[in-house]
Ligand binder design. Structure first.
Ligand SMILES: *[C@@H]1O[C@H](CO)[C@@H](O)[C@H](O)[C@H]1NC(C)=O
Ligand SMILES: *[C@@H]1O[C@H](CO)[C@@H](O)[C@H](O)[C@H]1NC(C)=O
Ligand SMILES: *[C@@H]1O[C@H](CO)[C@@H](O)[C@H](O)[C@H]1NC(C)=O
Ligand SMILES: *[C@@H]1O[C@H](CO)[C@@H](O)[C@H](O)[C@H]1NC(C)=O
Ligand SMILES: *[C@@H]1O[C@H](CO)[C@@H](O)[C@H](O)[C@H]1NC(C)=O
Ligand SMILES: *[C@@H]1O[C@H](CO)[C@@H](O)[C@H](O)[C@H]1NC(C)=O
Ligand SMILES: *[C@@H]1O[C@H](CO)[C@@H](O)[C@H](O)[C@H]1NC(C)=O
Ligand SMILES: *[C@@H]1O[C@H](CO)[C@@H](O)[C@H](O)[C@H]1NC(C)=O
Ligand SMILES: *[C@@H]1O[C@H](CO)[C@@H](O)[C@H](O)[C@H]1NC(C)=O
Length: 360
C-alpha cells in the first residue's frame, strides 16, 4: 500500500489491488468533523460557529460553497449526518446544553442553503451524534449530556420536525453516537461512559424504538478502570462487490444493496499511556441482528479524542481509524471473516485527525 496526499482537508491514497482510494480527513485544530454526501460531490464540515459545505472538484480539491452560521450559545458544531436520497437534507448539531439539531436544506449541487427546522431536546440535553432512517423520515439522536436517545420525525415536504420519543438511558451510560441499520430494523448506540454498545429495536413504520436492554462491553473482561476509557464511534461496514473491465483489465468497486456484514466500534483511552480498542460484531444477513462479537482488539495507540472508525467503500473488510493522540490515520483490515483484524498502513500528520470520510 502506498500513500500520497494533497490539499486543505487532506485527501489520501492507499493503493489496494492496483487501485487508488481517496479520503478526506477533518482535524481537531479548527475543530473540523467532516461528512460526505451519498453522491460524493460535497464535503460538509462542522467547525466552531459554522456548518460549511465544500464542492469536490474533479481533481479532488475543495471549493467553499456556503457557510451556515450557528447561534452564539450553540457554536460547538460537532456532528453532521447526510441523507441518501433527494432532497439530500443535511442534519447538524452543536454539542452544548440545550442546543437543537438543525435540518439544513441544500440546493441541486448539494451546497447548504438554509436551516429549515429545529429538532429540539431538553434544556439539559447535549447531543453528540445523529443518524437518519433509510427513508430519511426519522432522525435519531444520542444525547450524551442528557443520558438519553431521542427519535424525531422529519417531513421533507413541509420541512418540519417533531419530537417522537425520549428514551432515558441507563444511569452512567451517556449515549454518544448511534447508527441506524440500512434495513430500518435496529439502532445500535455507543454508551460512551459505560464503554458499551446498546441494542435498540426499531419499528420500521412508526420509527419508534424499544430498548432491548442488551449491551456488549467494548473493553476487555476484567477491566475495573472503565473511567479511564470513553467509547466513541459505531459504523456499519459497506457491502462491496467488484467487476473487471475486460477491455482495460481494471477492477471497479461498487457498493451493493446487500446487508452489511459487520458493525464496527471504536473506544478511546483517556490516557496516552494505554491503548484504545476496536471491536466488530457479526450481523445476521437477513435481520441485521447482532449474532456475535467477533473481536475486541487494542488499537495501536490511545486514539486521543478520536479513534473514529470509518469503513471503506472499496472492500468491506477495510476501515480507517483516526488517532488524535499520536496524530495518525491507519487503515485496518478485518481478516478471515472477522476472526481478527490488524493495521495494514499508517499515515502520520502534524496535528490530530478527527474523522475521515472515504471518497471512493
Ligand atoms: C483543481 O481544479 C480547480 C478548478 O476546478 C482549480 O482551481 C485548482 O487549482 C485545481 N487544484 C489542483 C491542485 O490542481
Ligand atoms: C466560509 O467561511 C470560510 C472561513 O471563514 C471562508 O474562508 C469562506 O470564504 C466562506 N465561504 C463562503 C461561501 O462564504
Ligand atoms: C430554530 O431555533 C432558533 C433559536 O430558537 C430560532 O432563532 C430559529 O428561527 C429556529 N429555526 C426554525 C427554522 O424554526
Ligand atoms: C426530557 O424530556 C422528556 C420528553 O419531553 C421527558 O419525558 C423527560 O422527563 C425530560 N427529562 C429531563 C431530565 O428533563
Ligand atoms: C423499511 O422501510 C424501508 C423504507 O420504506 C424499506 O425500504 C425497507 O425494506 C423496510 N425494511 C424492512 C426490514 O421491512
Ligand atoms: C474483488 O476482487 C478481488 C481481487 O481480484 C477478489 O479477491 C475479491 O474476492 C473480489 N470480490 C469482492 C467482493 O471484493
Ligand atoms: C471498460 O473501459 C473502457 C475504456 O475506459 C470503457 O470505454 C468501457 O465502457 C468500460 N466497460 C465497462 C463495462 O465499464
Ligand atoms: C496511565 O496514567 C493514568 C493517569 O493519567 C494512571 O491512572 C494509570 O494508572 C496509568 N496506566 C498505566 C497502565 O500506566
Ligand atoms: C486499565 O486496566 C488494565 C488492566 O489492568 C490495564 O491493562 C490498562 O493499561 C489500564 N488502562 C489505563 C488507561 O490505565
Amino acid at each position: 500500500m502506498r500513500f500520497s496526499l494533497s490539499t486543505l482537508l487532506l485527501a489520501v491514497v492507499p493503493k489496494v489491488f492496483g487501485d487508488k482510494h481517496y479520503f478526506f480527513s477533518g482535524f481537531f485544530t479548527g475543530n473540523m468533523i467532516v461528512a460526505i454526501d451519498e453522491r460524493k460531490r460535497n464535503v460538509y464540515v462542522a467547525t466552531t460557529g459554522q456548518i460549511q459545505s465544500y464542492a469536490i472538484k474533479s481533481n479532488r480539491s475543495l471549493t467553499s460553497t456556503s457557510n451556515i452560521t450557528l447561534s452564539s450559545s450553540c457554536q460547538n458544531a460537532n456532528y453532521i449526518a447526510t441523507t441518501n436520497a433527494s432532497p439530500y437534507t443535511v442534519f447538524g448539531v452543536a454539542y452544548s446544553t440545550g442546543c437543537a439539531a438543525q435540518a439544513l436544506a441544500v440546493d441541486s449541487t448539494g451546497a447548504l442553503t438554509a436551516a429549515t427546522a429545529n429538532l429540539t431536546y431538553n434544556s439539559t440535553s447535549g447531543v453528540h451524534g445523529l443518524d437518519i432512517s433509510p427513508d430519511a423520515a426519522f432522525v435519531y439522536s444520542a444525547d450524551d449530556m442528557g443520558n438519553a436517545v431521542w427519535a424525531h420525525s422529519y417531513d421533507r415536504e413541509t420541512k418540519t420536525a417533531q419530537t417522537l420519543q425520549y428514551l432515558a438511558a441507563p444511569e452512567g451510560a451517556n449515549p454518544r453516537h448511534l447508527a441506524v441499520h440500512p434495513n430500518g430494523a435496529w439502532v445500535y448506540a455507543i454508551y460512551e461512559e459505560a464503554n458499551s454498545l446498546a441494542v435498540y429495536k426499531r419499528d420500521n413504520k412508526t420509527g419508534l424504538l424499544t430498548d432491548e436492554k442488551t449491551t456488549y462491553s467494548l473493553l476487555p473482561a476484567g477491566f475495573t478502570n472503565t473511567s479511564s476509557y470513553w467509547a466513541d464511534e459505531v459504523k456499519f461496514s459497506l457491502p462491496t462487490s467488484n467487476s473487471t473491465n475486460t477491455t482495460t483489465s481494471s477492477l471497479t468497486n461498487f457498493i451493493t444493496s446487500a446487508q452489511p456484514k459487520y458493525l464496527i466500534t471504536g473506544t478511546r483511552s483517556r490516557s496516552t499511556n494505554a491503548t484504545g480498542y476496536v471491536s466488530a460484531f457479526a450481523l445476521d444477513a437477513s435481520t441485521g441482528a447482532i449474532t456475535s462479537q467477533l473481536f475486541l482488539l487494542p488499537t495501536t495507540a490511545s486514539g486521543g479524542s478520536a479513534n473514529a472508525v470509518s469503513p471503506a467503500l472499496f472492500r468491506e473488510e477495510y476501515l480507517a481509524i483516526t488517532d488524535s493522540g499520536a496524530n495518525f490515520v491507519e487503515v485496518w483490515k478485518i481478516e478471515r471473516e472477522g476472526v481478527g483484524a490488524s493495521a495494514v498502513a499508517r499515515l502520520g500528520f502534524e496535528s490530530g485527525p478527527a474523522n475521515v470520510v472515504w471518497m471512493d
